[in-house]
Design a protein around this ligand. Structure first.
Ligand code: ZN
Length: 473
């Protein structure tokens, strides 16, 4: 089979790859593009010299020149046959029920976009339900404004949330779930000090509370609710009783040995006040919800691997069908720390203007710079369901994101001239202000209108500030 316009296609794929990787194209990436165009594996040997020659030629170009060339040649690549999305999920014929479950410790950032997006995309693809549950069962780790921010940001980012809900509205459901576990002799109330239990668990030894009768456990469970005459905060917790089938306290993984499910916390909760003192820990509330909402597939961060095993043990007690679970590696930035608590402090100190400060990797800052939700979709598709952490610099991450974004905005961006000095202001990613003049009529712009300043880059108009926020080149 011959491929039409082969040289143009090679050049287009080489440019595309070079733009994404600081000007260096990789012949393997070009080949994978060509395979999508129908190149036979047997023809690789024949095209390789041409690929290498073209890669060599374009390596002389600046990134801007590459972009201009690529814009001309892009039409030769058939988007239709490029990898169209994420890998297929098994057992998805009848639709899927999935979830994204951030804790309200801060607003959404690009890490959330990466972990939440695959589930959103799968529900778009197969049909079904995409739940967004806010995991707010730890009163000590709640940033109240996040309750309002997360749904707004998720609406923009995913656009297909079937239902939002707060775990703190379901505390009584979790109480019943915990009591059911106790009644099945699969959980017990443990009064051991944390340090004492840890030492016993380390030595694969059972604590004295483990062999209490179900009746005694129910009695102790009731005492957890009684602030006056019952247990004090920290003096009793409910533990899962790892089944003998799973090795009990002998389980080879210490994290699986009688892990905690429920605790007492008298801290006032932002949504529930002092209504509850008995709070589920995440393995209980997550297992309960995943079972009750009948999740079919779960995509979660790799660091939850042990939790997934713990939750599977809870499922087994009730014989609930286990959702298919996939794990995602994270972006590990070499030079960017994403911390809600530290950002919160810096906002309070006036070091950042807010969560949408142009320097921050939070979703609404990026939106105001003209990044489109679909660019995060493309990032997620490119990552696939990889369990491997991706070590990346801030610059490389944003170059990838910007490349995807450019494809999305270049046709709708308003073209304008660019000259140094003038009355128009562009807020730059380092928060300095660039003064320019241009032929653009800002009175005709709406909030977040995207303007392409020739030979400079894409910026989005910020109506309330009457100036542009720089996006990318
Ligand atoms: Zn104990």
């Amino acid at each position: 089979m011959t491929i039409e316009n082969l040289n143009e296609k090679i050049k287009a794929y080489a440019l595309k790859n070079a733009i994404a990787y600081k000007g260096k194209a990789n012949s393997g990436a070009v080949l994978s593009g060509l395979f999508n165009e129908g190149l036979e594996k047997s023809a690789v040997k024949d095209v390789m010299p041409t690929i290498q020659q073209i890669i060599q030629e374009i390596s002389e170009l600046s990134l801007e020149e590459m972009q201009k060339e690529y814009d001309k040649l892009e039409e030769f690549t058939s988007h239709r046959v490029e990898r169209e999305g994420l890998p297929e999920l098994p057992d998805s014929e009848n639709g899927v029920i999935m979830r994204f479950s951030p804790s309200p410790s801060g607003p959404l950032h690009l890490g959330h976009a990466a972990t939440g997006m695959p589930s959103s995309l799968y529900v778009k693809k197969y049909g079904g339900k995409f739940y967004l549950r806010i995991e707010d069962t730890n009163p000590d780790n709640i940033y109240e404004p996040a309750y309002k921010m997360i749904p707004e940001q998720a609406e923009w980012l995913f656009g297909n949330v079937y239902k939002y809900y707060y775990q703190s509205d379901r505390i009584e459901v979790y109480h019943k779930f915990a009591l059911d576990l106790i009644k099945k002799d699969a959980a017990y109330v443990c009064e051991c000090e944390a340090g004492v239990f840890r030492e016993l668990a380390k030595n694969k030894e059972e604590c004295p509370c483990r062999n209490k009768s179900v009746e005694k456990n129910i009695e102790d469970w009731n005492k957890m609710f009684d602030k006056e005459n019952g247990f004090e905060e920290g003096s009793a917790i409910v533990r899962f009783k790892t089944s003998s089938e799973d090795g009990g306290m002998q389980n080879s993984n210490p994290a699986m040995r009688d892990f905690p499910l429920v605790r007492i916390n008298d801290t006032e909760h932002p949504r529930q006040g002092t209504k509850y003192r008995v709070w589920p820990l995440m393995n209980l509330s997550v297992a309960c919800d995943d079972a009750e909402f009948k999740l079919t597939h779960i995509i979660r961060a790799k660091e939850h691997m042990d939790n997934a095993k713990r939750q599977a043990m809870i499922f087994k007690v009730f014989d609930y069908p286990l959702p298919q679970t996939f794990f995602l590696g994270r972006y590990k930035f070499t030079d960017l720390e994403i911390s809600c608590s530290r950002t919160k402090e810096k906002i309070a100190d006036g070091k950042f203007t807010g969560w949408d400060d142009i320097r921050l990797p939070f979703i609404f800052a990026l939106k105001k710079r003209g990044y489109q939700a679909a660019a995060f979709e493309k990032m997620a598709i490119e990552r696939g369901l990889s369990e491997v952490d991706k070590v990346i610099s801030q610059e490389d991450y944003f170059q990838l994101l910007s490349n995807f974004n450019r494809d999305l905005i270049k046709d709708k961006a308003i073209k304008a001239t660019f000259e140094e000095d003038g009355d128009l202001e562009i807020l730059m990613p380092d928060s300095t202000i660039k003064k320019i003049s241009s032929d653009i009529d800002v009175s005709k712009l709406k909030d977040e209108s995207i303007v392409y300043f020739e030979d400079f880059g894409y910026s989005a108009y910020n109506e309330s500030e009457k100036r542009f926020w720089f996006g990318h080149k």
